[in-house]
Design a protein around this ligand. Structure first.
Ligand code: AMP
Ligand code: MN
Ligand code: MN
Ligand code: MN
Length: 299
């Protein structure tokens, strides 16, 4: 069967290499069926799904932008997407290695605490829950807890022990917004503030925050997003225009892990114009050679 491409795109989705449920191949196949012109895979702190996605996208003649989503340390949720349309996304590995090291220090603490609390699991039980065997998050620990029969659902595992403020919760060391943005720029990527609406800031506070991030080298803002309410997209596009940032957009598709969010269309109304991808692809990225200082701060 032949599926016709429309003019829409989706630049924010997760594969099973982080907390999505679809393989990268499956993501591309779904995008093809939906007629999407361009997609980006943006796993949390992880680029293990990129090569598979890129190869499958060639088969299906879909434009593919390698991406990643980092969390940054801030008083509210701050996630920063990195897009690598032209450069080599592997250049972002030093940043990922820092985060992996942080996780490798945190996960044994969680597991030890769970054992003390009467939920005996091992690191091996957790590792088998992850497609890549690394990038282990609380999600994989929760799956192991469910697998062992200590909780009936992932939700319950978070509610009882793993969620913030619960007995087996340990704070995760993260990078500062400046380190994430500079790290992405240094690696030759385009840093974009993800889902600004989830930051839960007033319009004024959000504007000031984005302006500060722009000062660190932010190049785009995700103005089209599944959770945007009536006027959010319009306001965010105003910020993009005023601060000369690239407007981008995506669904944040997670497969069955967020079943109400559909690829390409979010909760039904999302439409990300293809010009967003054109702007990312055409963006002039930093000359990595000129910004050596940033990495010394990170690694
Ligand atoms: P971590 O990065 O190790 O703190 O784990 C974060 C991941 O755990 C997220 O990407 C979600 O997949 C999952 N997660 C966090 N909080 C919850 C929750 N309350 N219910 C279900 N899953 C959650
Ligand atoms: Mn997620
Ligand atoms: Mn996010
Ligand atoms: Mn996401």
């Amino acid at each position: 069967m032949f599926f016709r491409k429309n003019k829409y795109i989706d630049l924010h989705m997760h594969s099973c290499y982080s907390d999505g449920t679809d393989t990268p191949k499956r993501l591309v196949q779904k995008a093809y069926k939906k007629g999407l012109k361009t997609i980006a895979i943006t796993d949390h702190d992880c680029i293990s799904g990129i090569e598979e996605g890129r190869n499958e996208a060639i088969e299906y003649d879909i434009d593919f932008i390698p991406g990643v989503e980092f969390s940054a340390k801030y008083k509210k949720t701050m996630h920063i997407l990195g897009y690598f349309p032209n450069g080599d996304i592997e250049n972002v590995n030093p940043l990922i290695d820092v985060l992996r090291k942080n996780r490798e220090e945190r996960n044994p603490k969680i597991i030890k605490k769970l054992c003390e609390l009467g939920y005996p699991i091992t690191m091996d039980d957790v590792r088998v829950q992850s497609s890549s065997g690394d990038n282990i998050s609380r999600l994989h620990i929760a799956r192991a807890i469910v697998d062992k029969g200590y909780a009936v659902s992932i939700r319950e595992a978070f509610h009882r022990v793993l969620g913030e403020g619960k007995p087996a919760y340990f704070e995760k060391e993260t990078l500062s917004p400046q380190q994430v943005i500079c790290g992405i720029r240094h690696a030759g990527g385009v840093p974009v503030l993800a889902h600004p609406v989830l930051m839960d800031l007033s319009e004024n506070a959000l504007f000031n925050c984005v302006r500060e991030l722009k000062g660190y080298g932010l190049m785009g803002i995700e103005t089209y997003y599944s959770e945007n309410k009536a006027n959010d997209t319009k306001f965010l596009n105003t910020i993009a225009t005023e601060l000369d940032l690239i407007p981008t957009g995506g669904s944040d598709y997670h497969g069955r892990n967020k079943a109400n969010i559909k690829m390409g269309s979010g909760k039904g109304n999302l439409k990300v114009p293809s010009k967003c991808a054109d702007l990312i692809i055409g963006a002039e990225v930093y000359d990595a050679e000129k910004s050596i200082d940033y990495v010394t701060e990170i690694v």
